[in-house]
Design a protein. Structure first.
Length: 131
């Protein structure tokens, strides 16, 4: 099942994007739900802070796998940076996505649009771990 939604470039869109993805995913283990929530928040925050354009979140759940893609039309390219100094308050977004996802990457299309995506293999859920 694939669905997409466009969000405004403001901080209120970050929890909206998170809720949109979690609703599309449905019942998954709590740990995975938390990880997906954090990754979506990081990518949405990057779009809001750096691109400052509307951004689209695409969710694709198929064959036990989740793919989330965040696309904006801001200038620049997406590059992972080494983890910042422990005292730094910024700069961990893509590092977190790298650590929590099974895979992640970037893609560009014609024009200024760029996307960051991640995938996660969804674990079977039982009633004690689902949310």
């Amino acid at each position: 099942m694939k669905s997409a939604r466009t969000f405004l470039p403001n901080v209120n869109s970050i929890p909206e994007a998170r809720r949109f993805v979690l609703a599309a995913v449905g019942r998954i283990a709590r740990e995975q739900r938390d990880a997906v929530s954090v990754m979506v928040s990081e990518l949405a925050m990057n779009a809001v802070q750096h691109a400052r354009t509307r951004f689209q979140v695409t969710v694709d759940v198929a064959n036990g796998s989740l793919r989330v893609e965040v696309t904006d039309s801001g200038a620049g390219t997406v590059t992972a940076q080494p983890p910042p100094d422990a005292a730094s308050l910024r700069g961990r977004g893509l590092f977190i996505v790298d650590q929590l996802s099974d895979a992640w990457g970037t893609s560009s299309s014609t024009g200024p649009a760029k996307s960051v995506w991640f995938t996660v293999a969804l674990n079977a859920v039982n009633d004690s771990t689902a949310q």
